[in-house]
Design a protein around this ligand. Structure first.
Ligand SMILES: C[S@@+](CC[C@H](N)C(=O)[O-])C[C@H]1O[C@@H](n2cnc3c(N)ncnc32)[C@H](O)[C@@H]1O
Length: 274
């Protein structure tokens, strides 16, 4: 777990969300979210479109990400949840995507929903920490808001890098919060924890700034989780609103304090040394 996420989890202690972000927790989250009309309304309001999201990527960022993918590319998306974002990206770009996630519930939902699109979309249950990455090599590997949960960034990036074709790319979308004790420049695009790892690995990359989007996201996430709480509860899904509430106070404080940034990193497979 990334250091910022550790601090977030400390903050969520005692908020009724045991083992938050574990496989079992995500299974419960997606079992409920997939069928919940109120979760659909929440996503529509917060992200700009309901794709059963659980990350922080709004529609503007998603369209930018889709514009980076090329028709006929072989893409791997890690942490794809139930694949609704994956489906959008494949449709918008013309690429073929294998989505992987450790939530078997989410992967089963993705497979059932996309049976008729099996020529372009596939899904597989994979634990990115414990398992090997399936398939040969990929033109592009996409990771949206999931590397925080996969242990050491360097280990994950190296594991992904080994699955890239020559001239392939990783597209990693991630936030960085600044906590007490962090270096003054940790919010700079080339000084975040992820950027420092990329530099250590001698990987060249280009950051794209979505900080304004993510700050706006957390303010809406905070407001709608509260204003829709009674509707979630009426469905028997207070768990979903409480899940959002457990994290969004911490993030909103950072958003309003200017101590939260977000970048899409487009990372080349060629290292500076090669
Ligand atoms: C914050 S959600 C983001 C989901 C989606 N990318 C989005 O933006 O809405 C993180 C996702 O990573 C998955 N995940 C977490 N740890 C994982 C692991 N070790 N291996 C595979 N997937 C993992 C979770 O099941 C979840 O679907």
């Amino acid at each position: 777990m990334d250091q910022s996420m550790d601090q977030l989890l400390t903050h969520t202690d005692g908020m009724g969300q045991d083992n938050m972000f574990s496989k079992a927790w995500y299974n419960e989250y997606f079992t409920r979210a997939y069928e919940s009309p109120t979760h659909g309304r929440f996503c529509e309001a917060v992200y700009g479109r309901d794709l059963c999201q659980h990350g922080m990527m709004d529609v503007e960022e998603m369209e930018f990400l889709a514009s980076l993918l090329k028709p006929d590319e072989q893409v791997l998306e890690i942490g794809c949840s139930n694949g609704r974002i994956t489906e959008y990206l494949a449709q918008a770009s013309g690429s073929s995507i294998l989505g992987v996630d450790y939530s078997d519930v989410a992967i089963a939902q993705a497979r059932r929903r996309t049976l008729s699109k099996a020529d372009r979309l596939a899904f597989q249950c994979v634990d990115l920490v414990a398992d090997d990455i399936p398939g040969e090599r990929y033109d592009t590997i996409v990771a949206v808001d999931c590397i925080y949960f996969m242990g050491d960034y360097g280990t994950t990036i190296s594991k992904l890098h080994a699955k890239l074709k020559p001239r392939g790319r990783m597209i990693v979308s991630a936030i960085q919060a600044k906590e007490e004790g962090d270096a003054e420049d940790v919010l700079q695009p080339r000084r975040t924890r992820l950027a420092q790892i990329l530099t250590t690995l001698s990987l060249t990359y280009q950051p794209y700034d979505f900080t304004a989007n993510v700050r706006n996201h957390w303010i809406k996430n905070y407001d709608y989780s509260r204003s829709l709480h009674a509707d979630f509860a009426a469905e028997g899904n207070a768990f979903l609103a409480d899940a959002r509430i457990a994290e969004n106070g911490w993030f909103k404080d950072h958003a309003e304090g200017g101590t939260l940034v977000r970048f899409i990193y487009v990372i080349d497979s060629n290292s500076k040394k090669s």
